[in-house]
Design a protein around this ligand. Structure first.
Ligand code: AMP
Length: 410
């Protein structure tokens, strides 16, 4: 049987099909640029010969619902060719915000959907697209269990001094205003991969994990547990992102509202959708920003400088929080692919024992790669994130546990 993982993001849908028995990836795909006239679907399937066969299609896609229709249609035309029986064991959904309600993955029913919907104000850019994925697949395959795996769960280990805001305490007690953190599966999976690469148990490692994609976050991981992370109540806090501003003086929205007469809802949308790299230089795709910066565009250069400077400040902060750092890990679309961002983020940190090897950094291509110099006290690693396999693993465990409880072992 198969497990299908859906990672429905703000402007993209990633999906991956795994064999239940050994979590081999059979099909994977990415639909990008949802909301544009040239949304692009890259669909790959494992052939019987063990090669990957790729199909690319482009068409206008207005929203996530159209996006799912598009990818399901392509997936039906180009299914996985594999000996594994074709039945679906379960769907695993990445759900961005689980609040304090969800500390573990759960089987999705109407009540769970209702509670995820209640959390939309906390993740306005993400939970709605996560729910679309859940509802489309539940309608198409009502007999297959759906599991929600929450981005916030890994950070539930943060101590109170890290997760509280310095606000009146009733805001926490009555309205759950606190820091939650996101990208949990990604930080967790690269921390585990670093421990395997370094040959040391996670319990003995202090790590700074940097997930740099369209969304971006940094986490201080001590002994395999998150002790602090840059995102907060929502994914808006922390690093500069594709369209999100990250850290900001909390007075800015009120000041802008007073000066422009725009309502706070509009300003919230600006902070989430029109800020970050896009706000600085008009583009949110780091590949294009780098191209423009290379051509001498001053705004694109500033965007990269600000992006990397913010990362560097978080490295310093988490170094202090951890006391000792064994490795810094770069992951996510930008972290895995941009040698320039890695170099600028680590520049000038020699005093902390963080020294990048330029040649290794430029050559890093795929898999786990060490890019620190021999005399760097802190290892610097590039590790591809594997959120989908982690979600598949948790989906399988959750369904098996639930089935076991009911007394029907699969
Ligand atoms: P993600 O959200 O993890 O898929 O990451 C998306 C981001 O990664 C976008 O800003 C892309 O421009 C960026 N990215 C992907 N490939 C590269 C690359 N080769 N160089 C620089 N940035 C890249």
């Amino acid at each position: 049987m198969r497990v299908i993982v859906v990672n429905s993001g703000s402007s993209s849908i990633k999906y991956q099909v795994f064999a239940l028995d050994d979590c081999t990836s059979l099909v994977e795909g990415l639909l990008e640029r949802i909301g544009t006239r040239d949304a692009r679907l890259k669909h790959r399937r494992l052939t019987e010969a063990g090669d990957w066969e790729e199909f690319v299609e482009t068409r206008p896609v207005a929203d996530h619902r159209e996006g799912f229709q598009f990818l399901l249609e392509v997936a039906a035309r180009h299914p996985a060719a594999h000996a594994t029986p074709a039945g679906v064991f379960g769907f695993g959904h990445r759900v961005v915000h689980g609040g304090e309600a969800f500390r573990d993955p759960v089987i999705i029913d109407d009540e769970v959907i209702r509670r995820i919907k209640d959390l939309i104000p906390l993740a306005p850019l993400h939970n709605p697209s996560n729910i679309v994925g859940i509802e489309v697949l539940r309608a198409l395959h009502p007999d297959v269990p759906n599991v929600a795996v929450f981005d916030t769960a890994f950070h539930q280990s943060m101590p109170p001094k890290a997760f509280h805001y310095a606000l009146p305490r009733e805001l926490y007690h009555q309205h759950h205003v606190r820091r939650y953190g996101f990208h949990g599966s990604s930080h967790q999976v690269v921390a585990r991969a670093a421990s395997i690469h370094l040959g040391l148990p996670t319990s003995r490692l202090n790590l700074i994990t940097l997930h740099l994609g369209n969304g971006a976050s940094a986490t201080a991981v001590q002994g395999g547990r998150s002790i602090d992370t840059s995102m907060g109540l929502t994914p808006l806090e922390g690093l500069i992102m594709g369209t999100r501003c990250g850290d900001l003086d909390p007075a800015v929205p009120f000041y802008v509202s007073r000066k422009t007469g725009r309502p706070l809802e509009e300003i919230e949308s600006i902070l989430n959708k029109e800020s970050g790299l896009k706000g600085i230089c008009g583009l949110n795709d780091m590949r294009e920003i780098q191209r423009r910066a290379d051509e001498g565009d001053a705004e694109a250069q500033l965007a990269i400088e600000m992006f990397c400077y913010r990362i560097k400040k978080y490295i310093g902060a988490y170094y202090a929080a951890l006391g000792r750092v064994d490795a810094i890990i770069f992951t996510g679309g930008i972290g895995e692919n941009s040698a320039r961002v890695r170099k600028e983020s680590c520049a000038g940190l020699n005093g902390l024992g963080i020294i990048l090897d330029d040649a290794r950094n430029e050559q890093a291509s795929s898999g786990v790669v060490e890019i620190s110099s021999e005399d760097s006290k802190v290892k610097i690693l590039v590790i591809p994130t594997d959120e989908e396999r982690e979600i598949a693993r948790q989906t399988i465990e959750t369904i098996r546990r639930a089935t076991h409880k009911k007394g029907h072992l699969p």
